[in-house]
Write a new protein. Structure first.
Length: 295
């Protein structure tokens, strides 16, 4: 097992799952605290990296596109304190961080996990029920219905209609945008029967966000809803998943010279990993037999 413990959080890897636990440091944002522990299966990972820095380094998990509803809705727009897939690492723990990276990368290599997008969510999204208050309202979702209610800062024309309650089945699309510069952000629900292009300030199916620290919490509500809607890549079918390199049929010849060369290179790489002590004899033997069967 590989493990790294920092004030920013704790990451562990048991060969199949990366467990991400937020720390108690003041730099940990409200979204990460509310989200709690995440179990990221190896199949959801596209890669991992360690970036050294002058004062501290940073571990980053890169997930396959479409694997996590939170990343699907935030589109890489989460600030660093809110991103659960970053971990600040003190410089005296650089060796541990690099060991962690090697452990995950080797597992990805051994299991031949493709880096392409997936057609179903591999993470479940935030737990239900989920509620968040920010900007001009409060959004709540219980798995079937979304409820939007307003506060004293809400535009009068929007608040006068009272709270809005609508079914998940009526939601056609969800959008979460953080504020940027002078532009306010929003959590917006597009409903099939009540389309609107009004700004979030006046839209009764939107919460306007003003750039305060609780804004990312609205992304939790959005992610919980998105996780229970049809996956955006599901209609593309099997082609939406980037396949691993094709293997030869059992007992038959390789599908081509390039495939055979790739398998031979893979054998050499495994031998180097064994010689360096990264792979045990048992792990090397298991991986070797799998490749020989393809040859």
């Amino acid at each position: 097992m590989a493990e790294i413990i920092q004030k920013d959080g704790t990451w562990t890897f048991d060969g199949e799952t990366v467990r991400v636990v937020p720390g108690s440091d003041k730099s940990v944002g409200a979204l990460r605290r509310s989200l709690g522990e995440l179990a990221v299966p190896l199949a959801a990972l596209a890669g991992i990296s360690y970036e050294p820095g002058r004062k501290s380094g940073r571990l980053r998990l890169r997930l396959r596109e479409g694997a996590d509803p939170l990343l699907q809705i935030t589109r890489n727009k989460l600030d660093e304190s809110s991103d659960p897939y970053r971990l600040a690492v003190e410089n005296d723990r650089t060796g541990v961080a690099e060991y962690f990276v090697d452990a995950v990368r080797n597992a990805l290599l051994l299991e031949q996990i493709p880096a392409g997008r997936v057609d179903r969510y591999l993470l479940p999204g935030p737990e239900l029920p989920v509620t968040a208050s920010a900007g001009d309202g409060t959004a709540a979702f219980d798995g079937e219905r979304i409820r939007l209610s307003w506060n004293w800062k809400t535009e009068e024309s929007k608040a006068s209609g009272g709270e809005r309650v609508f079914a998940l089945a009526d939601v056609e699309a969800v959008e979460w945008l953080p504020s940027s510069g002078l532009e306010n952000g929003a959590l917006r629900f597009d409903l099939t029967r009540t389309p609107t292009k009004a700004p979030a300030k006046y839209d009764p199916y939107s919460v306007e966000l003003w750039g305060f620290r609780k804004d990312p919490l609205m992304a939790l509500v959005a992610a919980a809803v998105v996780a229970r809607m049809p996956h955006p890549y599901a209609q593309a079918g099997p082609a939406a998943i980037t396949p691993a390199a094709p293997a030869a049929a059992p007992g038959g010849p390789p599908s081509g010279g390039s495939d055979q060369d790739a398998l031979l290179r893979r054998l050499r790489e495994l031998g180097e990993l064994r010689q360096s002590g990264i792979l045990t004899e048992e792990e090397f033997s298991t991986a070797k037999q799998a490749i020989l069967r393809q040859l």
